[in-house]
Design a protein around this ligand. Structure first.
Ligand SMILES: *Cc1c(COP(=O)(O)O)cnc(C)c1O
Length: 368
């Protein structure tokens, strides 16, 4: 706490990212990074920019990320005007809260309604959502998931200033089919409210809502290259939706920083998007490892939530979550524990290489 912080800085409760240990001997299964390298085309594209000489870095990058947005548009069969690119999807999510969800009215405002409508998201979900809501002073309502962490989309068919949810959800890994989400999109469309679907993990086994963006002008899908394109270090994400939604995001970005995606990142990301054959292969491999590890852990007596993502959410039959976490760490395996109501006994375990997951299974067998 500092006397120089303003009320906003004092009131924040910042997101705490998973640890990036310096100790390279740890098997790192805590931040959902991809176990396999990015497409070789990424390094080629970045090297090509550098080979053009320092001249290329002397200039600002294209603020509109035109080539990158065209690569997204080609890959997903949409128009470039339906695409927004950002510095990781976290930045895009921050802009989403700023552009589309209504802040609380000033208490003194004459027209203030007593209860501002909240933005809706699940009680167990990506923990950055409440952080952004507080940053922008937006009231929110954390809608409880069912006992088995199933998300009932009809729970979100209530008055609100908008809805945001990940599909698959994080950290549970559970996914909904598109048909389960369409009634929610329709309800909120009638009420002129936006529905934002965070598809950070969709490439590992969930249906994407991208094909619905033309039919639902209130739908925005948000994507990242960090997980499914093995590019967490490059910091690139994108959003797809109606042109007017994209313009809303641009208005926030251009009131903040016009050049959020650097020249090397734009080139590398566009190259990654063009190499679908490579990524289909490695992502299928991650999904196969996930299913094998889930079955093995279930066989040993662990509770494993059915996952469509590149991580699993696991509870030990006899160890508290904090214990389970500490004992895996002692054995050189780093996973993620959220010390929060309802999920304190679960660990989120990212899917690593086959060899890393064999080591995990070995340790789990000894612990049980
Ligand atoms: C990892 C993650 C993101 C953020 O990804 P970046 O593009 O690396 O900022 C967004 N949403 C969810 C649900 C995630 O798990």
């Amino acid at each position: 706490m500092s006397v120089y912080w303003n009320r906003r800085a004092r009131g924040l409760s910042p997101y705490v990212p998973g640890e990036q240990p310096r100790d390279r001997k740890l098997i790192k299964l805590n931040t959902n990074e991809h176990p396999y390298p990015p497409s070789p085309k990424v390094a080629e594209a970045i090297t090509a920019v550098l080979a053009e000489g320092a001249e290329r870095l002397r200039r600002y990058p294209d603020p509109a990320c035109t080539e990158l947005r065209e690569a997204v548009a080609r890959r997903y069969g949409v128009g470039p005007e339906q695409v927004f690119a950002g510095n990781g999807s976290d930045e895009i999510l921050a802009f989403v809260f700023g552009a589309f969800f209504e802040g609380a009215p000033e208490p003194s405002a004459a027209s203030a309604k007593p209860d501002a409508e909240p933005v809706l998201f699940p009680d167990i979900t990506y923990s950055f959502y409440p952080v952004y809501a507080k940053l922008w002073d937006i009231p929110f309502c954390a809608v409880p998931l069912a006992e088995d962490f199933y998300l009932h989309a009809e729970d979100y068919c209530v008055p609100s200033c908008g809805v945001i949810l990940p599909n698959p959800n994080a950290p549970t890994g559970r996914a909904l089919a598109v048909r389960e989400l369409l009634p929610l999109l329709s309800y909120q469309l009638e009420n002129r409210r936006i529905v934002v679907i965070d598809e950070a993990y969709a490439a590992f086994g969930a249906e994407s809502l991208i094909p619905c963006v033309n039919e639902y002008p209130n739908l925005l899908t948000v994507h990242t290259l960090s997980k499914s394109a093995s590019l967490a270090g490059l910091r690139v994400g994108f959003a797809i939706g109606n042109e007017n939604l994209i313009e809303g995001l641009c208005r926030i970005r251009d009131s903040f920083n016009s050049y959020t995606v650097d020249r090397l990142a734009q080139a590398g990301a566009a190259a990654a998007l063009s190499d679908t054959a490579y990524y289909d292969g490695v992502n299928r491999q991650v999904a196969a490892t996930r299913d094998r590890v889930s079955a093995a852990l279930t066989g040993m007596g662990f509770i494993v939530i059915p996952s469509a993502a590149n991580f699993i959410f696991v509870r030990s039959p006899d160890m508290a979550g904090a214990d389970f976490f500490a004992r895996l760490r002692e054995r050189g395996i780093l996973v993620r524990h959220f010390n929060k109501p309802r999920i304190a006994d679960f660990l989120r375990i990212s899917i690593g290489t086959g060899g890393e997951m064999d080591a995990l299974l070995e340790e789990c067998k000894e612990l049980i």
